[in-house]
Design a protein around this ligand. Structure first.
Ligand SMILES: C[S@@+](CC[C@H](N)C(=O)[O-])C[C@H]1O[C@@H](n2cnc3c(N)ncnc32)[C@H](O)[C@@H]1O
Length: 208
C-alpha cells in the first residue's frame, strides 16, 4: 500500500498530520475536504463497513438517519452483521453526548463502537476511527497500529484518525511467544521490561 502524503510508517506504526481543509458538505459533522480521499487509501477495501456514514460515499454505508440513504439503517451500537463479515471498517461517530444531540440520536460510546467494529471485521483487518479521543483499546480484540492528526484549518480542533488491526490467531500465537520470551511484539528484537507500557499492551493483546 502506498501511503498518502504526510503519512509515515515507522517501526510498524503509522503516524502523520493531515491538513485537510474545511468540509465542503453542509451536513453537520461531514468530513474535512481531503480527509476521506486520503483515509480510504488506508482503510478502504472492496468489503468495507462504513459506519456513521452521513453523506460520505464508499463501502457498506450504515447510519441511523434515513435521510442519508444508508445501505443499512441502524440506530445504536448493535450492528446487524455476523462476526468477521468485513475486510475492513471505518466509523465517524458523534464525539460526545452534546454532539449526538445534533442528530437527535443517543450517543454511541467510542469504546463500544470500537468493540463492535472489531467484532464484525475479519481477523487481521484494518479498522479506522475518526474521533476526538483514543477509546479504551484493552478488551476490544484489536490493537492500535497508528494515529494521524486531522486538521481542518486555523482555530479548529485537531482530531485523531485512529488505526487498529483486528488480532488474528496467528498474530496471537506470535504475541504469546514474544511475550513469553520478553521480546517486543512489533519489531521482536528489543527486550521488554515487565513494567514497561509495551509489556502491558502486549499482555492486554494476548489477554493475559
Ligand atoms: C459525524 S457524522 C458523520 C458524517 C460523515 N462522516 C460525512 O462526511 O457525512 C455522524 C453520523 O452518525 C449518525 N448517528 C449519530 N448517532 C447515531 C446513533 N446513535 N446510531 C446510528 N447513527 C448515529 C448521524 O446520523 C450522522 O450521520
Amino acid at each position: 500500500m502506498k501511503l498518502p502524503k504526510y503519512t509515515v510508517l515507522e517501526n510498524g506504526y503509522i503516524h502523520g498530520t493531515w491538513f485537510c481543509g474545511r468540509p465542503t458538505e453542509k451536513y453537520y459533522g461531514s468530513h474535512p475536504k481531503s480527509f476521506w480521499r486520503r483515509a480510504k487509501v488506508i482503510v478502504g477495501s472492496d468489503n468495507m463497513l462504513h459506519w456513521f456514514c452521513g453523506l460520505a460515499d464508499g463501502g457498506h454505508r450504515v447510519d441511523g438517519n434515513p435521510d442519508v440513504r444508508p445501505d443499512t439503517l441502524c440506530v445504536g451500537t448493535d450492528l446487524p452483521f455476523a462476526d468477521n463479515t468485513f475486510d475492513s471498517a471505518y466509523a465517524d461517530p458523534p464525539y460526545s453526548p452534546e454532539d449526538a444531540k445534533r442528530y437527535h440520536l443517543k450517543y454511541p460510546p467510542a469504546r463500544t463502537v470500537l468493540r463492535e467494529m472489531a467484532r464484525v471485521t475479519k481477523p487481521g483487518g484494518i479498522i479506522g476511527l475518526l474521533h476526538e479521543f483514543l477509546p479504551v483499546v484493552k478488551g476490544s480484540g484489536c490493537k492500535l497500529i497508528g494515529v494521524i492528526g486531522v486538521i481542518n484549518g486555523p482555530q479548529k480542533r485537531i482530531r485523531g484518525f485512529y488505526l487498529f488491526r483486528k488480532a488474528d490467531r496467528l498474530m496471537r500465537n506470535v504475541l504469546i511467544v514474544c511475550a513469553k520470551s520478553g521480546n517486543c511484539w512489533i519489531q521482536q528484537t528489543t527486550p521488554l521490561h515487565p513494567k514497561s507500557q509495551r509489556w502491558t499492551e502486549c499482555q492486554s493483546v494476548i489477554g493475559e
